[in-house]
Design a protein around this ligand. Structure first.
Ligand code: TRP
Ligand code: SF4
Length: 343
């Protein structure tokens, strides 16, 4: 039989992101580029989504940005190379099964499991401007477990920061399967984490690139903006004057070269920096060249989509995801003997 994109025999993969606004290079290298690789390998049935209800757990007081941000993120997904012909792209809030399953899983999830999730205390300590002592925020991992288990994926590609959430998902699934079975069979398979290797990607201030630090290079930054941001980027603090030698291993610009530049350019950077043969301005120009090369095709793809097309893709993908999610819910309800649910 010829290779078909619809063979459900391929292992399923599912992942998502909160719609925090336009995505940056850190999001791309830490997640999106890997998703595109998984998609293009043809080996997996891919589901990638926008976790807009997750954004609500912290932004409930002013939800006005969530919907516009969801559209920007979908555009960035498409721009990065996710293809609605190959992959199911959807938005969480369009699929009400993402609200039903957390209600049911919440019944069996011990409070202690949630309070012990590392991000729970961390986020509360870090986001001091927002009151996160809510039921919804505590329940974040149950919502996430439901996002995953609804699609019965084999793998969940995430960065290390999300690993604990996937572990909890496995524990919740195990507990569910212990309590409830359908004709003696387990309903919710435990998914495996597929850890995304994420290169060290510094922002313009040298700290990890992150929207909350305001140090990002966005996927949609035009070339002059990329070049300007590079100009302001911090360098090896030992290189004060042009004639001082520096060390690319102690320089955030050097880290960018390691990720994005060709081996030849990287060799020129090491040689020129350590011998003070090149200046930082020149070196930053080369880094900008490499970034622009990565960003150009992404920006060209982004520009091709109209708002109407994005809406169609979201609707279509969400319809497909809903059908899959409902299959799981039918089994979940039956296993829990909720025979009247939804009637
Ligand atoms: N919590 C994830 C993040 O902040 C987003 C997310 C929500 C997710 N649901 C998911 C990731 C399900 C993978 C699978 O990045
Ligand atoms: Fe950093 Fe390049 Fe300057 Fe060396 S030459 S300190 S690697 S910017």
């Amino acid at each position: 039989m010829s290779e078909s994109l619809n063979t459900s025999s391929r292992p399923r993969v599912l992942s998502g992101m909160r719609p925090t606004g336009k995505l940056h290079l850190g999001n791309y290298m830490g997640a999106l580029a890997n998703w595109v690789k998984l998609q293009d390998s043809g080996q997996y049935e891919c589901y990638f989504f926008i976790a807009d209800w997750h954004a609500l757990t912290s932004d409930y007081a002013d939800p006005s940005n969530i919907e516009p941000n969801s559209r920007e993120v979908m555009l960035d997904y498409l721009a990065a190379g996710l293809d609605p012909q190959k992959t199911v792209l959807f938005q969480q809030s369009r699929i009400l099964q993402h609200a039903e399953l957390p209600l049911l899983l919440g019944m069996i999830t011990p409070l202690g499991w949630l309070e012990r999730v590392p991000s729970y205390k961390e986020m509360q300590d870090n986001l001091t401007t927002k009151d996160l002592t809510t039921y919804g925020f505590l329940g974040y991992p149950v919502l996430m477990a439901s996002d995953i288990l609804l699609y019965q994926p084999k793998y969940v590609p995430v960065g290390q920061d999300q690993q604990a959430h996937v572990e909890l998902t496995r524990e919740v699934a195990r507990r569910f399967n212990n309590f409830y079975k359908l004709n003696g069979r387990e309903v919710l398979p435990e998914p495996d984490v597929l850890l995304t290797p994420s290169p060290k990607l510094p922002g313009t201030d040298g700290r990890k690139m992150s929207k909350s630090y305001g140090n990002t290079i966005e996927l949609n930054d035009p070339e002059p903006v990329v070049r300007q941001k590079l100009k302001t980027m911090v360098t090896d603090p030992a290189r004060i004057r042009r004639k001082d030698p520096g060390d690319p291993d102690k320089c955030p610009v050097g880290d960018l070269h390691k990720v994005f530049s060709t081996p030849e350019t990287l060799a020129r950077v090491y040689e020129g920096c350590r011998s003070a043969g090149i200046g930082c301005i020149e070196c930053k120009g080369w880094a900008a060249d490499a970034l622009v090369q990565i960003l150009n095709p992404i920006q060209e793809r982004r520009a091709r989509y109209t708002p109407g097309e994005v809406e169609d893709i979201l609707k279509d993908g969400s319809d497909r995801a809903r059908t899959r999610a409902e299959q799981t819910m039918t089994e979940v309800r039956a296993a829990m003997q909720l025979t009247s649910a939804g009637k």
